[in-house]
Write a protein that binds this ligand. Structure first.
Ligand code: OAD
Length: 247
């Protein structure tokens, strides 16, 4: 066992309130592509063509085709040991929240209950007219999905570039970051704001910062523990050691 993991587990075993900020890297071992880096989505596609309100107004068909591909993809994936570890953290600690930038629903699929979605969810659509949310919507080839209530166009219920984050989710995330004794930052490049502000907020309020990533990020410099490796491997090791210490 990595001695750093043992030391971390000893410290965490005395703590009650914590949270994790997750990004695309937490789902990459499930087969969901990340955004940045060599195989990242933003390396192949231009966000301004697919993930902005202007792109949707210009060409809703193209945007829906791309989202439909992503919806099918995430529906075919399963949570990995990183997601399951975070779910277990909810029963190990008195209070534990997962704040995610991901839209793939995999934390919920793993069984996590305290999930805050900062960027929405691919499995929901929202009416551009009346605002009604749909979790059960069908996209037919060549057709644009419309609201059964008011007939306006439906759009993916995700946050696009240039849009505000859901205010309640954002407020709650900052509140949690400020109240956490420990704060994990897992699989995020930590460059997209305001989500990327959360670890700094937590650090300022005295939280222990633990980063898990396969590479360095802007958070590495403020991390008390930095684990360079795959989330699906490191998190279960932390969980196992934590259980040993608690026994
Ligand atoms: P990124 O693609 O920017 O970053 C993914 C991070 O995960 C990188 O730092 C990788 O090093 C790391 N990573 C990859 N595989 C990993 C693994 N197995 N274990 C641990 N770490 C791993 O994704 P996000 O940070 O989530 O926003 O991107 C933030 C936001 O930018 C997204 O929510 C999305 C995007 O544009 C919107 O769509 C609004």
């Amino acid at each position: 066992m990595n001695p750093k993991i043992r030391e971390l587990a000893r410290i965490l075993s005395k703590m009650k309130r914590g949270a994790a900020l997750t990004g695309a890297g937490v789902s990459s071992e499930s087969g969901v592509p990340t955004f940045r880096g060599k195989d990242g989505l933003w390396n192949k596609y231009r966000p301004e063509d697919l993930a902005t309100p202007e792109a949707f107004m210009r060409n809703p068909k193209l945007v829906w085709e791309w989202y439909n591909w992503r919806i099918k993809l995430v529906k075919s994936t399963e949570p990995n040991p990183a997601h399951y570890t975070l779910k277990e953290f909810e029963s190990i600690f008195e209070e534990f929240h997962t704040i995610t930038q991901n839209v793939d629903n995999l934390h919920q699929k793993a069984g996590s209950k305290n999930v805050i979605e900062l960027h929405g969810n691919l499995l929901r659509a929202r009416c551009t007219g009346c605002g009604k949310i749909y979790t059960d919507f069908e996209i037919r080839e060549g057709e644009l999905p419309r609201c059964p209530e008011c007939g306006a166009l439906l759009r993916p219920d995700v946050v696009w570039f240039g849009e505000m984050l859901p205010p309640d989710a954002l407020r709650k995330s900052f509140e949690i970051a400020r109240n956490s004794e420990f704060f994990f930052v897992i699989g995020t490049s930590a460059v997209v704001y305001p989500a990327a502000q959360l670890p700094f907020e937590a650090k300022e309020m005295g939280a222990l910062i633990i980063e898990v990533n396969i590479e360095k990020t802007p958070v590495t410099a403020i991390a008390d523990f930095s684990f360079m490796g795959k989330a699906g491997e490191i998190l279960p090791e932390i969980l196992e050691e934590l259980k040993n210490v608690k026994d």
